[in-house]
Design a binder for this molecule. Sequence first.
Ligand SMILES: Cc1cc2nc3c(=O)[nH]c(=O)nc-3n(C[C@H](O)[C@H](O)[C@H](O)COP(=O)(O)OP(=O)(O)OC[C@H]3O[C@@H](n4cnc5c(N)ncnc54)[C@H](O)[C@@H]3O)c2cc1C
Length: 363
Amino acid sequence: MREFVSYEVIPIIEEYNRNSKFPIHLIPKMAEMGLFGPTMPAKYNCAELNNVSYGLIMQELERGDSGVRSFASVQSALVMYPIFTFGSEEQKDTWLPKLAKGNKIGCFGLTEPDFGSNPGGMITKAEKADGGYILNGAKMWITNGTIADVAVVWAKLDGVVRGFLVEKGMKGFTAPEMKGKHSLRASVTSELIFDNVFVSENNLLPKTAGLKNALMCLNQARYGIAWGVVGSMMACYDSALNYSKSRKQFSKPIAGYQMTQSKLVYMVTEITKAQLLNLQLGRLKDQNKLKHTQVSMAKRNNCQIALDIARESRQILGANGILDEYPVMRHAANLESVITYEGTHEMHTLIIGEDITGIAAFE
Ligand SMILES: Cc1cc2nc3c(=O)[nH]c(=O)nc-3n(C[C@H](O)[C@H](O)[C@H](O)COP(=O)(O)OP(=O)(O)OC[C@H]3O[C@@H](n4cnc5c(N)ncnc54)[C@H](O)[C@@H]3O)c2cc1C
């Protein structure tokens, strides 16, 4: 993973970021390395790794770029996981091997223009029709949307949130790309629009029965994010450490000043703490003992710390820190998305707050 990111992601990513393009040519290599659905069974072409290994994959990918990590997170945790967990045997056999091989790309549509932190209010709905369902509504901020072959779409059927597989090219389904992002520029973000889209009976994920199933998917993805942002921290720390050892001001390298050392020590300590937290969560996850509130704690804390580290790193680099010759501002900008998606910092505060006090403060 380290070699792949060092030699195939980092050298090209700044240009893709500048041009606001996802490096789609990396997909076959990522698939060959087993990065999609890596904890899933080998019979679906997956690598069957443990959760700590999965976390390390995410950490390394985001050391390259949050957009590349987001691609893998969505494909694995938000597309393959729901098909694996809530799909029929036929759906699993049809989709999982192709998604694992990168021959098919997926996306996950939960957020709507008017419903972000409160997805339960969604207005996208499905109505029973002859042999299937008719979908109407719109999703927004959907990673991979425009390039996806299949969208896992959450819609209300008789008032209950269910998951549907909506396929590229279905009549009435469009996925225009959203433009103008200052963050996650090397990632495709899209709207999904459903205008009387007919999906067959076979495209309903049969084991979905409420919003909790969508939240289970998010919990998988958040676990990966908690690891991923440590990669951003590492990239920013490495940049600051190297720069501070070579940049001389006054009598010596700026690494020789106590205030710079204090920043670097803060960074490496926080990286170590975040890794220890993630390692323990991974071990608990392997034992099926991981609680979603623990994942919230890691996602919330690690994203915040990653942003703090990016800021401190930028400061150590002085004016050079604003250039795209260094990865720091790209990571800082990316992290502004990562702290918001998959549950904002505030939502995770409320989740943990409810857990420790027994009182929900969402409304
Ligand atoms: C680059 C990117 C990619 C994304 N990819 C996907 C994807 O693939 N699929 C998908 O479904 N979604 C995706 N999202 C959407 C993301 O999950 C939402 O943006 C997120 O859930 C927040 O929703 P919102 O932006 O509507 O903010 P809002 O919910 O409108 O929140 C705005 C602010 O109000 C705060 N707030 C809201 N309610 C409360 C409250 N009760 N108490 C205190 N504060 C509150 C929030 O914390 C936030 O600070 C993506 C977003 C981005 C930026």
